[in-house]
Ligand binder design. Structure first.
Ligand SMILES: [Zn+2]
Ligand SMILES: [Zn+2]
Length: 192
């Protein structure tokens, strides 16, 4: 069977910026669309992170309507809403599972496997979720990518420290990649 010209299917390849978790990137893109497009009536609860994302990132009229609605719902209550019932978090978890299933299919393709070995860094959460979906040989490949990412980050963090000691901020972008590797992209909860 002929392989297409690109390493990945078009949909998934959008998530493969070097040094970043592809699943985080794909889910983050979905999150942007949720924040911009969800109708106020569809939102029943927001966690701390998504309430702030709504305040800062959504069109102001939509955000105002969402907050009016949430104020109305909470007017007879003295307790704060539960973070774990957040409408966006629930939708992100469902989308995450779809993306992980897609990734499992990508792992079966030899060209993808070669690319993974050299370039892909899954965050710890998505690596652990993916691990449950893969065959033993693919799990070995996933482990190799994790070990490589781990070593690369340590090396880059040490280089950054050396630069900073000389008053030079070159390479500070590694801080965001380290945060993503350890805890996933902002807004993605553990568990899921
Ligand atoms: Zn991730
Ligand atoms: Zn949330």
């Amino acid at each position: 069977m002929n392989e297409p010209n690109t390493v990945f299917t078009e949909e998934v390849s959008q998530g493969f910026a070097k040094g970043h978790c592809p699943t985080c990137s794909l889910v983050a893109e979905f999150q942007e669309r949720l924040i911009a497009g969800t109708q106020p009536a569809e939102i029943s609860t927001l966690c701390n992170y998504h309430a702030w994302m709504m305040a800062k990132g959504a069109p102001a009229d939509r955000a105002a309507k969402v907050f009016l609605d949430l104020l109305e719902r909470s007017k007879n209550s003295t307790g704060s809403s539960r973070d774990d019932a957040c409408t966006f978090c629930e939708q992100l978890r469902a989308h995450e599972l779809v993306r992980l299933e897609e990734m499992r299919e990508e792992f079966k393709r030899p060209r993808v496997q070669e690319w993974m070995k050299l370039h892909v860094s899954f965050c710890l959460k998505h690596a652990s979720q993916l691990d449950h979906l893969l065959t033993p040989s693919m799990r070995q490949l996933l482990l190799e990518t994790s070990v490589r990412s781990h070593n690369e980050l340590k090396q880059e963090l040490n280089i950054l420290l050396e630069h900073l000691r000389r008053g030079d901020r070159t390479g500070w972008g590694v801080l965001g990649r380290a945060a993503e590797f350890l805890t996933s992209r902002r807004g993605m909860r553990r568990g899921g």
